[in-house]
Design a protein around this ligand. Structure first.
Ligand code: HGY
Ligand code: MN
Ligand code: MN
Length: 415
């Protein structure tokens, strides 16, 4: 590959720190829930920054943002890259936005050098990757890929009963473009690893080969509200004690599928919510992960068996509803090797790795050749206000992203 374009890691870092103020929290994290005012603010920032680089920004009916730079061949399918700008309720400065701003940095580098790719290139911000406010995660890349129905996405409600489609309208990002109308020659996503492997092995780049499967459930347990002082223990139908057993059972399912099984109950609600009333109703949200699809299915079967046993023992009803299943995916070897070659060209230490976290690239993998690039984060900590990464590692990731885009542009020229 002829070019030797070098990204400017200080410029990238400056953009990361500037945008970290949007939804910044006292502890140094970020709260930028999807379709919130903070999400609107960072979207406006991103749109202005793209237009300042001469990009054309299009917005689809779910607020997915596509910023395109023309190539010498206007008929070539664009090479796409990007990630997401929304965060967890107590998120960090790098989850998602690093992939978007590194893409912007790649474009800024090309502009500064007056370099033009053959194919058009498109930088993407995917709406609602986190799924924290509106389930499931990666919702709008899921609709784009055809796996999640558009109507389901628009009708989704958050815990306060606010509707996705209305919130999208409220922040002014319900665009005119049909979701999924675009097609790409390839898609590449840079992201922090959000796990401990790269840091522990002192590797700068993760060459992501696969993504593990994901299963989400919503659960409701119904017993009976009753007086805390007068109801004999053997007569109680305590929905919160039943939930406590449920949570330990869910942990046991992951441990039974060690070392690759993961299970989490990240949200719980107890009603009516009074110290001296036995909770008659509880709600909970569960997340299972496994790299093997049969193991994921077995975890679900195990869950239903344990639910029945706890319901009987605690004399409550337990309703479990599967909200989402995303099977494990394999990334395209052509893109994986382009990432590996780009890391090697730059002399960055690297290793192949499976993604434990979900990403929009998981859905894009069914629409075009797709791959991912990881860089380390401190202690593997993410979905935490203390999430951090170094300027050098972010710069290395952006450099590998730029070189991968250029490598794909060359490789696909005959396509
Ligand atoms: O849930 C996930 O893995 C991603 O961080 N949304
Ligand atoms: Mn993310
Ligand atoms: Mn995340």
């Amino acid at each position: 590959m002829a070019t030797n374009l070098q990204i400017d890691k200080e410029r990238l870092w400056s953009s990361l720190m500037e945008t970290a103020k949007i939804g910044g929290t006292a502890k140094g994290g970020i709260r930028r829930l999807t379709l919130s005012d903070e999400d609107k603010e960072v979207r406006d920032w991103f749109k202005a920054a793209c237009e300042a680089e001469g990009l054309t920004v299009a917005i689809d009916a779910l607020g997915n943002m596509f910023a395109t730079r023309p190539g010498t061949d206007p008929d070539a399918a664009p090479i796409a890259f990007g990630s997401h700008l929304d965060t967890q309720p107590a998120g960090g400065k790098f989850d998602g936005i690093l992939g978007v701003l590194a893409g912007l940095e790649a474009i800024r580098t090309m502009n500064a050098a007056g370099y033009q790719t053959r194919a058009p290139i498109t930088l993407i911000n995917w709406t609602n990757e986190e799924g924290a406010r509106f389930a499931p995660a990666m919702m709008c890349s899921g609709v784009f890929s055809g796996e999640i129905p558009m109507e389901q996405a628009l009708a989704t409600k958050d815990n306060d009963g606010r509707v996705f489609g209305e919130e999208l309208e409220r922040i002014g990002y319900r665009g005119p473009e049909t979701v999924g109308a675009r097609s790409f020659a390839a898609f590449v996503e840079l992201h922090i690893e959000q796990g401990p492997i790269l840091e522990a092995e002192e590797k700068t780049i993760g060459i992501v080969t696969d993504g593990q499967g994901i299963l989400w459930f919503d659960g409701t347990i119904v017993g009976q509200d009753c007086h805390a002082g007068t109801t004999p223990m053997p007569m109680r139908r305590d929905a919160l004690v039943a939930l406590a057993e449920m949570i330990l059972a869910i942990e046991a399912i992951a441990l039974d599928h060690a070392p690759s099984g993961h299970a989490t109950v990240g949200e719980v609600f107890a009603l009516p919510g009074s110290r001296n009333t036995i909770p008659g109703t509880t709600h909970f949200k569960a997340d299972f992960r496994h790299p093997d699809r049969d193991a994921l299915t077995h975890m679900e079967e195990d869950l239903h068996a344990r639910v029945a046993a706890i319901a009987q023992k605690r004399n409550v009803t337990i309703d479990i509803r599967r909200v989402w299943r995303k099977d494990p995916i394999a990334f395209d070897p052509m893109v994986v090797e382009a990432v590996a070659a780009s890391a090697q060209k730059n002399g960055f230490s690297a290793r192949r790795i499976i993604s434990g976290a979900g990403h929009d690239a998981f859905f894009m993998a069914s629409t075009c050749p797709t791959g991912m690039i990881f860089v380390p984060c401190a202690g593997g900590i993410s979905h935490n206000e203390e999430e951090s990464a170094t300027e050098d590692d972010c710069g290395a990731g952006a450099q590998v992203l730029l070189d991968t885009i250029l490598r794909l542009d060359e490789a696909l020229s005959g396509a």
